[in-house]
Design a protein around this ligand. Sequence first.
Ligand code: NAP
Length: 265
Amino acid sequence: MKRLIDKNKFGPWAIVTGASSGIGKGIARQLAADGLNLILVARRLPLLEEIGKSLSGEFGIEYRVIEADLGQEGAVKKIAELTGDLDIGLLVSNAGTGKPGKFLSFSHGEQKYFLQLNALSHFDLTYCFGRKMAKRKSGGILITGAMGATDGVPYMASMAASKALLLSLGKSLHYEFKEFGINITILVTTPTDTAIIPLLGFDKDTMPMKPITVEQCVSEALGALAKNRISVMPGFKFRVTNALVPASVSRNMTGELMKKNNHIV
Ligand SMILES: NC(=O)c1ccc[n+]([C@@H]2O[C@H](COP(=O)([O-])OP(=O)(O)OC[C@H]3O[C@@H](n4cnc5c(N)ncnc54)[C@H](OP(=O)(O)O)[C@@H]3O)[C@@H](O)[C@H]2O)c1
C-alpha cells in the first residue's frame, strides 16, 4: 500500500471513530499500513476487535477498541478517559449516519440525537483532542462532512445542518490551528460505496452518478490532510458537478429522489 501519512507527525496513536465499517474502516487500514497505532471507536465492539486484530497481525501495530455511542452526551468524555495514557497525534472524527424522513416526522428527541452524533460529538472530539495536540505542537484532525450540506438536503435536514456546522468549524480552525502545527481538513464526502447508500434509499447500481470506492475516498482524504488542505471533495466527476450545477437545481433533484426512494408522502 502506498504511504500517505507520516507517523512522525501524526503518530504514534490515531483515533478513528466509525471504524467498524465503510470509510472509517478504510482509513484505519491505511493508517495501520502507515505504521500508526489505532484507537478504534464505534458501537459494534466485536467488529472493532476483529478489525484491530487483523490490522495488528498484518501491519504489526498496537490497537485499542472503545465501544461508544457518539449520539450520547457522555461518549467523548469516556473516549478521553480511556485514552488518557496515550500520545495521540491524529483524530479522524468520522462516525455518523443519516435517516431520511420529514423533519417534523421525527420526535424532538430523535432530532437531538442526530445533532449530537453528526455535529456535537465531532465538535467535542475536536475540542478535547485539539487541546492535547496544541500542547504537543503537532498533529492532525480529519472531520467527515458531506457534499451538499451547506446548500441543504431535503428530508435529511438535521444531517445536512450538522455537516454544514462541521465545514464551517473546520475552515475557522484551519487558520487558528496553524500556530500549533495541527493540520485540519474537512472531508466533504461525495457518494461513496458504503452501507450508508442503501440506508438512504439508494441503489449504487442505479444511482444517477455511481459512488466512488472507499479506497479512493480514503486516499484523497488522507492525501489532503497530509498537505493540510482546508477541505477535500473526492472524485473528479463530483467536483465538476458540484461546480457546474446550481445549488437550487441539485437541492430540488435530491429532494425528489429522496422522496421517491424512501416512499415519503
Ligand atoms: N458513504 C457516503 O456516501 C457518505 C456521504 C456523505 C457523508 N458520509 C459520512 O461518512 C461517514 C462514514 O459513513 P460511511 O459512509 O462509512 O457509512 P457506514 O459504513 O455506515 O459507517 C458509519 C460508521 O459510523 C459508526 N456510527 C454510526 N452511528 C454511530 C453512533 N451512534 N456512535 C458511534 N459510532 C457510530 C458506525 O459504527 P457502529 O454502527 O458500529 O456504531 C460505522 O462505523 C459518516 O459520518 C457519514 O455521514 C458518507
